[in-house]
Design a protein around this ligand. Structure first.
Ligand SMILES: Nc1ncnc2c1ncn2[C@@H]1O[C@H](COP(=O)(O)OP(=O)(O)OP(=O)(O)O)[C@@H](O)[C@H]1O
Ligand SMILES: [Mg+2]
Length: 257
């Protein structure tokens, strides 16, 4: 039986009178890596915030592993979330912050320590483990947030542009972790602007523009659906979001100075 990790049906989210997410529906199954794509301001972060329960939708149904989002606590223990804007405690060290995260998640110390240690070493964060977070670089702060999201081995990862700020090596490690999560039967949903990454690792993508889902499926599905976009996911993306119009003129104008 297919295991639905995420069901979103007719989701609408408003900020005052502005509709940021407009009647969006999609599902993510266990074993899938779902890429949420869309131009700046499309509504990706807004949609992801609803999935993790930090924003209230105006309308629609959201279920995490068949648990309605109204049962927030049950849903939350199943999710590892890396927000777009990472919020950490500046005065804590990564060690203290991760211990704190483990304690509020009520995780068993030995198991979580072993897992955290592995992740800290994989992301080459060991030398900063006892440095106040305030003194860490942007990428290293991002790594702490990623480790905090992965430490309880959640069956669903929700990552909002998780590769931002990561160096090439850490970026590769995170991509491997995402693929491994799906391989072992977990689900991943992540937003990204890096089309090459989405094309390489996503089993399915959803393209959002101005709050609406305008294209969904495997890259192959989209290639068939979108006329004149035989090439890469980048081509498809620019076509469906109609951002390719006037691109050449824009680039030429920039080059001419
Ligand atoms: N707190 C807020 N109050 C009012 N409007 C908001 C708020 N947060 C986001 N918006 C608006 O909602 C729309 C969607 O924003 P959102 O952050 O979800 O986009 P996004 O797809 O994640 O964009 P990006 O690729 O730049 O991260 C934008 O028009 C944005 O200006
Ligand atoms: Mg965003």
């Amino acid at each position: 039986m297919e295991n639905l990790a995420v069901v979103v049906e007719g989701l609408s989210v408003c900020y005052g009178t502005f509709t940021a997410v407009d009647n969006v529906s999609f599902t993510v199954k266990s074993g899938e890596i779902y890429g949420l794509l869309g131009p700046n301001g499309a509504g990706k972060t807004t949609a992801l915030k609803v999935l993790v329960g930090v924003l209230e939708p105006r309308a629609g149904k959201v279920e995490i592993f068949k648990t309605p989002l109204s049962n927030e606590l049950a849903a939350k223990s199943l999710i590892g979330y890396v927000p777009e804007e990472v919020v950490l405690f500046d005065s804590l060290t990564p060690r203290e912050f991760l211990e704190f995260t483990a304690s509020i998640r009520r995780l068993e110390t030995n198991t979580v320590n072993a897992r955290t240690e592995k992740l800290v070493s994989a992301f080459q964060l060991s030398q900063y483990f006892d440095t106040p977070i305030a003194a860490l670089s942007m990428g290293n702060k991002q790594k702490v947030a990623i480790i905090a999201a992965l430490m309880h081995e959640p069956p669903l990862l929700i990552l909002d542009e998780p590769l931002i700020g990561l160096d090439a090596r850490s970026s590769k490690i995170l991509k491997e972790l995402i693929v491994f999560q799906a391989k072992k039967g977990g689900a991943v949903i992540f937003s990204t602007h890096i089309m090459e990454v989405a094309e390489k690792i996503c089993t399915k993508v959803g393209i959002i523009s101005k709050g609406r889902m305008i294209g969904e499926g495997t890259v192959e599905d989209l290639r068939k659906l979108v006329k004149g976009a035989e090439g890469s996911l980048e081509d498809i993306f620019l076509k469906v979001t109609e951002q390719e119009a006037g691109m050449e003129e824009t680039i030429r104008a920039l080059e001419e100075g």
